[in-house]
Design a protein around this ligand. Structure first.
Ligand code: PLP
Length: 423
């Protein structure tokens, strides 16, 4: 978002969690009014986070330091307008996986986006290459973001931001506590992130807004990154990721996948992939596995971000192919979420065991997606199909703080105080 100084006020002043729509006790008219207000607030918020500043082409080029991402290779005019700086190691490899039991004819592959960076990998690195570029071009000193208490996005932001001399303030909301959540909290402390714990999601967004004000009050220049790193600029990272895959197919590293499985959280990863695959002329169908409650994780949001990013890129460079993403162009699998976001399911645990030790999965995003993928291979795939699992979780070791100093009081019981070495 031109994100930075902009305050997503309309959204922040109207709580938008799933709970806000459940059990409110409103009559039909009240519920409709609340839905309309919520929809308006969401529209306003999306509009604000989707703004991107314009910079002189020379400054954009300086920040790239001679590197050229594949999107700019294909459409050089975009290089004069879209902020980007290198952070990760690309292309990430595509590797074969054993065919799942019961699906011996499936050609099963994995796209190793867990290896995007040895500092902290996973899907957030491709998004951060854009955000941290914009923050640097705007001369921002502090990153402010929102996430669950074990947020991979928040941790990736804190670790990669720190490498560039930027401090991160994260507003955290509750999610079920797992070993990965504990590890990420110690990782936040190691990265020197300012942690602010609010419990509820709406309160965490409000706190983020206050953090922006407080940072300005201290004379800092804050930059806001939306939850999950999803906004027009973040989505571009996954448009490029799909072009990268298309290039690997062209080079003969893999056949064109029939299906690509990816987690669906804030929708940026799936939306970017759908657009990039179509731009590259591939027919691979994205199967997005919903791992978050209906808001904000649904097909309408995927389509919104897909259309928004396509329109924006074409406005900047008319050589970008016109792809009109509709609801029929991808699938959303809803049956693997389980009771709620972050709650491990038996199927996810079984999928995690299936993948271990070859792949490092976790039970919030990637194991639920792997469960959907294995299910698909066993029950719905055609003989000879190529199915690709897009790995989005970091597999680099997470550095652990030895002291719990800086951990908000409300989270003290979450992270075991000893032994002080961490996992
Ligand atoms: C490991 C992992 N996979 C997938 C996702 C979902 O990506 P998106 O929010 O772009 O839908 C996230 C988001 O936080 C994540 O941490």
């Amino acid at each position: 978002m031109a994100g930075a100084d902009e305050k997503p006020q309309g959204f922040l002043s109207r709580p938008m969690t799933r709970r806000a729509f459940v059990g409110t006790g409103l009559g039909a008219t009240g519920a409709l009014g609340a839905a309309a207000a919520g929809g308006g607030a969401l529209g306003y918020f999306l509009h604000r986070v989707n703004q991107v500043e314009r910079f002189p082409p020379g400054e954009l080029e300086r920040l790239r330091g001679g590197a050229v991402p594949i999107l700019f290779e294909r459409h050089p005019v975009l290089g004069h307008a879209v902020p980007w700086r290198p952070l990760g190691a690309f292309p990430t490899p595509v590797e074969p996986l054993p065919a799942p039991d019961g699906a011996p004819d499936v050609r099963f592959l994995v796209k190793r986006d867990d290896l995007t960076s040895s500092l902290y990998g996973g899907n957030k690195v491709r998004k951060l290459e854009h955000f941290l570029a914009e923050a640097e071009l705007l001369g921002r000193t502090t990153l402010v973001t929102v996430g669950g208490i074990g947020s991979n996005h928040g941790l990736a932001t804190a670790l990669h931001g720190r490498e560039l001399g930027l401090r991160t303030e994260v507003s955290l909301f509750d999610q079920p506590v797992t070993d990965d959540v504990r590890r990420n909290l110690r990782g936040f402390l190691h990265a020197g992130a300012g942690l602010h714990y609010e419990g509820g999601q709406a309160a965490a967004f409000l706190r983020a807004r206050r953090l922006l004000d407080e940072a300005r009050g201290r004379g800092e220049r804050p930059y806001f990154i939306n939850v999950g790193g999803t906004s027009r600029l973040g989505v571009v990272g996954y448009v490029s990721a799909a072009l990268e895959l298309a290039d690997q197919i062209r080079r003969g590293e893999l056949p064109e996948p029939d299906r690509i499985f990816v987690p669906l959280g804030t929708c940026g990863t799936a939306a970017g992939l759908v657009v990039g695959l179509r731009m590259a002329g591939l027919r691979s169908r994205v199967s997005a596995v919903r791992v978050v409650g209906l808001f904000p994780s649904n097909a309408l949001m995927v389509r919104h971000f897909a259309r928004d990013v396509t329109g924006w890129l074409r406005e900047l460079d008319p050589s970008v192919p016109s792809v009109d993403v509709g609801l029929g162009d991808f699938e959303v699998h809803t049956e693997h979420l389980g009771p709620d976001y972050g709650v491990p399911t038996q199927e996810a645990e079984a999928a995690l065991r299936w993948a271990t030790p070859r792949l490092t999965l976790e039970t919030t995003y990637t194991a639920k997606t792997m469960a959907a993928c294995l299910n698909y291979c066993r029950e719905r795939s055609e003989p000879g199909e190529t199915v690709l699992f897009w790995h989005t979780y970091n597999s680099a070791p997470v550095p652990q703080a030895s002291s719990l100093e800086g951990l908000p009081r409300g989270l003290r019981g979450v992270v075991d105080p000893g032994p002080e070495s961490g996992p």
